[in-house]
Design a binder for this molecule. Structure first.
Ligand SMILES: NC(=O)c1ccc[n+]([C@@H]2O[C@H](COP(=O)([O-])OP(=O)(O)OC[C@H]3O[C@@H](n4cnc5c(N)ncnc54)[C@H](OP(=O)(O)O)[C@@H]3O)[C@@H](O)[C@H]2O)c1
Length: 339
């Protein structure tokens, strides 16, 4: 499998480390011998059609900040779009930062890959939240696979559980805690009796919240994940504009204390029922969804099985890289079945 890796930050580098760890097992169990032909970051690209030396490239990135400084194989200033168009490969792994306004640069990378006949794996929610129905159609039209397990729940196989494991049933609704940052903030507020600003400050100190935390705390990250689940699991053709969004910025300590008196707490719940909605919601402390800290949890309600809940750590480099690898194995299995 010839791979182009676009984005070489936390997830991209974790993916390379994971490949190194699981190299032998991938070959013996799945017949996959991944070859990383190109890696692109903001500084440019490193390309070797016979496969890049993974150890070397990680070292160069650490020392110089860009893969394009690798000796003989480095191309400073070369864009991901050019690399995708000019390099023959089976898979493009797109792991650049999420932008929910323009979807860029991920949207261009994904479209270019699909149009040039390459399968795509991404963990980037932005392009999917804005254009998933169109991207799925484009992939179908071009006869390639588009996979994005890591966009919802990091390494937790939420999308796979909903789409594959419950295939004999019909999912009627989904609700869940899909954002670790907001769950951490609400947990801190209620357990430590502190207000929203103090809890946000602690989350930022610990690296759980960004300097500009609005994507998380204003509910957009959860909304993106709802869009992805609604399309992939329930076949709804929706985008971000179809979601009613309310974040946790205005949740007060007083509201949490009042909820606590009734055996309840407040969580940022994303739900897909008749519509898609994100809002701070009072839930019983005995509700199976009532997970704490940075954990995520999702409950599927299906026609025959009833309620099933999956929970776990919803982010992290290696966790998310494991979702990318899961998608890689899935694509390889599908391709093998075709030929
Ligand atoms: N980290 C997690 O736990 C996690 C979990 C689930 C989903 N995600 C999603 O996965 C994606 C990657 O996350 P991350 O944590 O790895 O982000 P990150 O550490 O910020 O890495 C982003 C990478 O993209 C590169 N990049 C930015 N613009 C580019 C461009 N125009 N062309 C080529 N490369 C470009 C950056 O280059 P430089 O290195 O030169 O800056 C960097 O290597 C994001 O969309 C994120 O939302 C992350």
């Amino acid at each position: 499998m010839r791979i182009i890796l676009v984005g070489f930050g936390v997830v991209g580098q974790s993916f390379l480390n994971l490949l190194k760890l699981r190299h032998d097992e991938l070959a013996s169990t799945y017949g996959i011998r991944p070859r990383i032909l190109a890696i692109v970051d903001k500084g440019g690209a490193a390309i070797n059609e016979r496969g890049l030396d993974m150890e070397k490239i990680l070292e160069v990135k650490k020392e110089t900040g860009t893969v394009s400084k690798v000796l003989d194989k480095g191309f400073p200033g070369l864009s991901a779009k050019e690399v995708i168009e000019k390099t023959e490969a089976e898979i493009v792994i797109e792991v650049t930062p999420t932008d929910i306004v323009s979807g860029e640069p991920g949207l261009t990378h994904i479209e270019t890959s699909i149009k040039s006949g390459k399968n795509v794996i991404t963990t980037n929610k932005g392009p999917l939240a804005l254009a998933l129905p169109a991207l799925m159609d484009l992939a179908d039209y071009n006869g390639v696979y588009l996979r994005f397990s890591g966009t919802v729940g990091g390494g937790i196989p939420i999308l796979d559980l909903g789409r594959k494991c419950l295939i004999g049933d019909r999912i009627i609704s989904i609700r869940g805690i899909l954002n670790g940052t907001t769950n951490y903030i609400l947990t801190e507020m209620s357990e430590k009796n502190i207000d929203f600003n103090e809890a946000l400050r602690r989350a930022q100190e610990l690296g759980y919240a960004e300097k500009d935390p609005s994507l998380d705390i204003d509910g957009f990250d959860t909304a993106c994940k709802l869009v992805i689940m609604a399309n992939w699991i329930m076949g709804k053709k929706v985008t971000l504009k179809d979601v009613k969004i309310n974040g946790i910025r205005h949740v007060t300590l007083k509201e949490l204390i009042n909820a606590d008196k009734n055996g309840k707490t407040i969580k940022l719940i994303g739900s897909i029922n008749k519509g898609l909605e994100v809002k701070p919601t009072e839930i019983s402390k005995r509700d199976v969804l009532c997970v704490h800290g940075t954990l995520n949890a999702v409950t599927f309600t299906s026609e025959f099985v009833g309620e099933e809940t999956i929970m776990g750590r919803g982010a992290g480099g290696m966790e998310t890289a494991s979702a990318v690898l899961r998608d890689l194995i899935d694509i390889k299995t599908n391709l093998s079945a075709k030929f």
